[in-house]
Design a protein around this ligand. Structure first.
Ligand code: FAD
Length: 320
């Protein structure tokens, strides 16, 4: 089922469902960590599961003979294969992420063809971050600078148009496309208005829905939705939540994800004597956020589980 149909059905039935996001295992590990996480959460009937996509790392190795080698490696490869394995094992809808970073449009087309052959018809289309060592995002030659261009390529395939333009009577794919939105604006954007204007280009290019970056203050989400509607963005907007779970995250989350932590949450976390207590604070905070979002009629909530399902199990027991 397409994510857009899942959203519309939940709206019709006046219910709130949940989805969660997983990272592919590190290279050299097995699928067990992924299956363990899903095994713990599948009984709560997630509407779908997202699988993130990770760009390449470039390693420079200096050999003893002075020769310098440049290696391109991927720490978390396998997004498409993992998505297909999850769909086959659990019969649940899976949404692989696809990024522009490190890929040209021909490689992107191959990935899309592969997803289509595997019956994966939902995609979250993203630009990705800059490569390590680069201070701003650089597209690959024949690649894309912005997610809107990737959305355009996927939509072209949905109309049977492939990039070389030389083959006739092509199979038209039927991808449902999600894109990212930022209630606290994307960190590279000069202001929220500009960011929303660029978000609209992704929707105008054909995106069916938006999933937001994590936020810890629902007012930021409600304001973002209002601003999007005023800017003429009318597709569904799925809120993204992350159960806060360790004192380290007081620094990590604002630094990496460019989000603000509300003072009440920070104070409650600082009073905790152990990370277990911090987890409880995070679970209670997320439950309060969910209750308010449910009351507002939000059809799907997206959770960033980051491979740690325990807090999610507690949230699901309470809410789903
Ligand atoms: P874009 O929409 O291209 O926007 C990037 C920046 O460019 C923004 O500041 C935007 O305002 C600006 N911009 C857009 N269009 C233009 C234009 N035409 N001219 C000038 N400026 C423009 N990253 C991964 O690597 N893998 C993942 O799996 C992944 N999953 C994610 C899931 C979600 C739900 C979210 C919210 C983020 C995810 N990310 C992931 C992170 C994401 O890749 C980064 O936040 C990235 O920096 C921006 O991606 P984007 O798709 O929003 O980019």
């Amino acid at each position: 089922m397409k994510v857009i149909d899942i959203i519309n059905t939940a709206v019709q039935n006046k219910i709130t469902r949940f989805a969660f996001e997983l990272l592919p295992p590190l290279k050299g590990e097995t699928m067990n960590s992924i299956f363990d996480t899903i095994d713990k959460l599948i009984e709560f009937s997630p509407s779908h599961i997202n699988v993130t996509f990770h760009r390449e790392d470039i390693k420079i190795i200096e050999r003893e003979n002075g020769i310098i080698e440049r290696h391109i490696t991927r720490r978390r490869p396998g997004t498409i294969g993992i998505s297909s394995a999850i769909a086959a094992r659990y019969g649940v809808e899976v949404v692989p992420h696809l990024i522009c970073g490190g890929q040209n449009r021909f490689e992107t087309e191959d990935a899309l063809i592969e997803m289509n052959f595997l019956g994966l018809h939902n995609i979250l289309a993203l630009r990705g971050d800059s490569a390590k060592g680069e201070n701003h995002f650089l597209p690959r030659e024949d690649g894309y600078a912005h997610a809107a261009e990737l959305v355009g390529q996927i939509c072209d395939m949905n109309h049977g148009k492939y990039i070389d333009g030389e083959i006739n009577n092509c199979h038209a794919t039927d991808f449902c496309i999600g894109v990212a939105g930022y209630p606290e604006k994307h960190f590279e954007s000069p202001d929220a208005q500009t960011d929303i204007r660029f978000l609209k280009t992704k929707v105008d290019a054909g995106a069916h829905y938006i999933v937001t970056q994590m936020f810890f203050d629902n007012n930021k989400f409600f304001k973002f939705v209002e601003d999007c509607r005023s800017a003429g963005i009318n597709v569904p907007i799925i809120p993204g939540l992350k159960p806060f779970s360790s004192l380290r995250q007081l620094e990590v989350l604002p630094n990496i994800f460019h989000v603000e932590l509300p003072e009440d949450l920070v104070n409650a976390a600082r009073k905790c004597k152990s990370d277990e207590d911090v987890k409880t604070v995070g679970v209670e905070w997320a439950i309060a956020q969910c209750n308010e979002l449910k009351k507002a009629g939000i059809p799907v909530i997206h959770f960033y589980t980051m491979g740690r399902p325990d807090s999610m199990v507690r949230i699901c027991r309470e809410l789903f």
